[in-house]
Design a binder for this molecule. Structure first.
Ligand SMILES: Nc1nc2c(c(=O)[nH]1)N[C@H]1C(S)=C(S)[C@@H](COP(=O)(O)OP(=O)(O)OC[C@H]3O[C@@H](n4cnc5c(=O)[nH]c(N)nc54)[C@H](O)[C@@H]3O)O[C@H]1N2
Ligand SMILES: Nc1nc2c(c(=O)[nH]1)N[C@H]1C(S)=C(S)[C@@H](COP(=O)(O)OP(=O)(O)OC[C@H]3O[C@@H](n4cnc5c(=O)[nH]c(N)nc54)[C@H](O)[C@@H]3O)O[C@H]1N2
Ligand SMILES: [Mo]
Length: 758
């Protein structure tokens, strides 16, 4: 075995993408796939006839605006290389290690073993997984499901990589089985965006397209790290800058991705001056965003009064919104100095931001987890909408809301009905189209699913992708919950910890990845996905499957539904398992916006779903967009404590850890780190690489993580950061937004003390 590489710290990277990224990518392809297979696959990535990148949900350019080579980024290539590896976790591999041994390995090691090749089972009392046939696996699952006291004793989780077709048939199966227990990764991700945007703009999605982004006058990026988590966004940001647009970044960390950029697809840019991305960087306190947005609105309101109403778009406000008077009354009551103090940003910079916004007509605000994963994420989003509406910046070209989605099809999965509380109208249509009576009682979202498990109310946990154990808060509690289940089942590509901390019986159903050819007895099949901008496109893999025993997610779900529901169901599951056009016909029948689905999705670039807010049509109860009054948070934190956020490194995709390094942040070969401000380190008398114990506090409960290594970082004072998923051990299951139930993964009160030397 190779010796472990040593923990190293270097200076933070000043420029995103550039040559080091290309060499990192080349290395990844070489190591995982062997170069020939890799290059062939890359050329198909995000091309009109290729497959949708399995990494993030960033949109592809329209066909006429697409790069001649491939639309890819460093992290997309990592995701592909990781999936298209030739390494295999086959039955022989599972014979080599028992569960105890596998539990001792790191998350990186587990996935690194390669693709799972056969259906695997571990029975009660056994110490190893062994292979079974598909038929046996379906029978065991179907028998267990059919002998539950109530369908609500089963929970069906979805991770956002599942295609539209798989997600649609999955929710149809689950509802025919009789439950709405359909938690998904979105519950921990952009749930707050869905809630706040539906309420204020009438649609829980972005109101802009890529073209809007490139022609906007001003973009604010709040709580998002584009260089790492949506790297293809940088190309649009570069174009935006070339078109004369400005960018304000709001973040407790000066992330490399919004500082400077070189386009990896334009080698001639590798030498010479990089594009500077942000024009103004606001180093906000964690959760200081509401205070900042209110301060900007207050400054603009004062100027609007002085400049006889020329700062706000009063015509738009009058014709298209409600709540202006109440909003202004509340803003007038706020104290500007207090707002600026609570934001943590120097007053000069807040005024600078307001002056940059004042004269602009086309404004877009983008955000991600730094905004949503808070107790009051919805308040921040409603405040973002307030600022945009006051400027008349929703419902026209070059302006609007941009919640940047995470998983490549998380948005599509919701559109397909993966939600524990789909509206009645959807359920009515679903019932009619498939001739059954869907359950109406709302099911569990993720947090409720964890609680039900730990109370022993859940007998079967089923995961369509994902890594529930590691992604959810309070890892120790979820461990207990998973172990209480009678049966845990995962449709997966690679081995992860959720397979190892399992119910009495556990089954892994191995599936094809997006890069692989999906051929059924009806011929080659393709699937479809929806990106952040609401565009539906086709995705067709071109690599030979890594094992002959793999099935597509869609086929697995349909076959399992057939085995489980038998004559109780009027659905021709076996036809749908082979012919995805037939599934798309049904989607078209039920979900608005999918007219001529099979025809339009075959056209270059696919098609956009209808989006009222984009056209200035607000499908709210009043038919207008809503300006809202949102409380300013006053956090009661012990003055000796810190606020911890749990974030992603440059070298991971959620719980998939590609390597132990975080190149952009200059941290190498170690993930158990705590990023701290220099002044805070001095107060605690800490040096870089010192070991610390971190204790978290929530409603009288304490949790602890020992021996984190201190890294000095330019983070807002009073704030600290560590990586997700490791940080989940510190987060209470109750630390969440009461509105959307999204865990507050970016706001954990902690104390820090020096650890005894190991
Ligand atoms: N390569 C790669 N790509 C990914 C993923 C991945 O893991 N790897 N994950 C995918 C998924 S599912 C998602 S949801 C997205 C996530 O994409 P991001 O939301 O960019 O991911 P995080 O690392 O959680 O980063 C949140 C950012 O918010 C900042 N932040 C934290 N708290 C606050 C706050 O209170 N205020 C402000 N203004 N900023 C704050 C952090 O410093 C950090 O820069 O990326 C998707 N794309
Ligand atoms: N503390 C903290 N917790 C967080 C977050 C945070 O910022 N901080 N972020 C939250 C967010 S935004 C999200 S989206 C969730 C993510 O939660 P999940 O979506 O549950 O987790 P992933 O890590 O994306 O899932 C990885 C696993 O998916 C499987 N997989 C990969 N590709 C495929 C495929 O094509 N098909 C199938 N069937 N399986 C596949 C592999 O087995 C892999 O091990 O985590 C959340 N948890
Ligand atoms: Mo996410």
């Amino acid at each position: 075995m190779k010796p472990a590489k040593k923990f190293k710290l270097k200076s933070k990277k000043k420029i995103a993408v550039g040559f080091p990224a290309i060499s990192s990518v080349a290395y990844q392809i070489w190591e995982e796939m062997h170069i020939g297979r890799g290059i062939k696959t890359l050329f198909k990535l995000n091309q009109v006839k290729g497959y949708d990148c399995p990494s993030c949900a960033w949109p592809d350019p329209d066909p006429d605006n697409r790069s001649m080579i491939a639309e890819y980024c460093e992290n997309g290539v990592k995701a592909i290389a990781w999936e298209a590896t030739k390494d295999k976790a086959d039955p022989e591999f599972f014979q080599q290690y028992n569960i105890e041994e596998l539990l001792g390995k790191s998350d990186h090691w587990l996935e690194k073993q390669g693709r799972i090749t056969h259906p695997m089972i571990i029975n009660e009392g056994d110490s190893k997984y062994q292979s079974i046939t598909w038929k046996q696996a379906y029978n065991i699952i179907a028998n267990k499901l059919n002998t539950l006291d109530s369908p609500d004793e089963a929970t069906f989780y979805t991770s956002g990589r599942a295609s539209n077709e798989a997600a649609f048939m999955y929710q149809c199966f689950v509802r025919q089985f009789g439950t709405n227990n359909l938690p998904d990764c979105s519950n921990m991700c952009h749930e707050a965006s869905g809630v706040a945007l539906s309420e204020t703009t009438g649609i829980g999605k972005a109101s802009v397209t890529l073209n809007d982004l490139e022609e906007t006058d001003l973009l604010m990026i709040i709580g998002q790290n584009p260089g790492t988590n949506a790297p293809r966004m940088l190309t649009s940001l570069q174009r935006l800058k070339k078109n004369g647009g400005k960018i304000i970044a709001v973040n407790p960390l000066p992330e490399t991705g919004f500082m400077q950029f070189r386009n990896p697809q334009k080698p001639w840019e590798w030498i010479g001056k990089p594009t500077s991305i942000q024009d103004l960087y606001l180093q906000v306190k964690i959760n200081g965003d509401i205070a900042l947005l209110k301060a900007i609105i207050k400054i603009l309101h004062e100027e609007d009064k002085l400049l006889s109403g020329s700062v706000f778009d009063h015509n738009f406000i009058k014709n298209s919104t409600t709540g202006y008077k109440e909003l202004i009354a509340s803003i007038e009551k706020e104290n500007l100095d207090e707002l600026i103090y609570l934001s943590g940003i120097p007053s000069k910079k807040v005024y600078k931001a307001a002056s940059m916004i004042r004269d602009k007509k086309k404004i877009i605000i983008a955000w991600a987890m730094g905004v949503t994963q808070h107790k009051n994420g919805e308040d921040t989003i409603r405040e973002i909408v307030n600022l945009l509406l006051l400027k008349g910046a929703i419902g026209k070209a070059g302006a609007g809301t941009l919640p940047v989605r995470g998983h490549s099809n998380v948005q599509g999965d919701r559109t397909m009905g993966i939600w524990e509380k789909m509206p009645e109208e959807f359920l009515d249509k679903l019932g009619k189209a498939f001739d059954f009576e869907p359950p109406r009682k709302h099911g569990y979202a993720t947090i409720e699913a964890v609680k039900a498990m730990t109370k022993g109310k859940t007998k079967v946990f089923f995961g369509l992708g994902g890594n529930f154990l590691m992604a959810t808060p309070d890892t120790n509690l979820v461990t207990k919950g998973m172990k209480k289940c009678d049966l845990t089942v995962h449709i997966s590509t690679k081995l992860n910890r959720s397979h190892l901390v399992h119910g009495k019986t556990a089954i892994i159903l191995p599936c094809l990845g997006r890069t692989e050819i999906d051929k059924t007895s009806k011929g080659p099949q393709f699937v479809t996905t929806e990106d952040t901008a609401g565009r539906i496109r086709m995705s067709m893999g071109d690599l030979s499957p890594v094992s002959e025993d793999l099935k597509s997610e869609t086929s697995i779900i349909c076959e399992l539904a057939f085995e489980t529901l038998k004559e109780k169901s009027m659905t021709d599951w076996i036809t749908y398992a082979k012919d995805y056009d037939k599934i798309r016909d049904k989607i078209e029948e039920i979900i608005p916006g999918f007219d001529d689905y099979n025809v339009r999705v075959r056209q270059a670039g696919g098609f956009y779903l209808p989006n009222g807010a984009r056209e200035g049509i607000f499908n709210t109860k009043t038919g207008k967009a809503h300006l809202t009054v949102n409380p300013l948070p006053h956090h009661k934190i012990d003055p000796t404590h810190y606020i911890l956020m749990t974030i992603r490194s440059h070298d991971q995709f959620n719980t998939t850890i590609y390597s132990l390094s975080d190149r952009y942040r200059g941290i190498y070969n170690e993930r158990n780190v705590l990023m701290m401000n220099k002044t805070d380190m001095n107060i605690l008398n800490l040096k870089e690489k010192d070991l610390v114990n971190v204790t978290s506090y929530f409603e009288g409960e304490q949790r602890q993580l020992k021996n984190l290594k201190v890294v000095e970082y330019e983070i807002t004072q009073g704030c600290v950061a560590m990586y997700f998923p490791e940080g989940n051990v510190l987060i209470s299951i109750n630390n969440m937004s009461p509105e959307s139930k999204c865990p507050a993964s970016k706001f954990v009160e902690v104390s820090i003390e020096k650890a005894e030397k190991k």
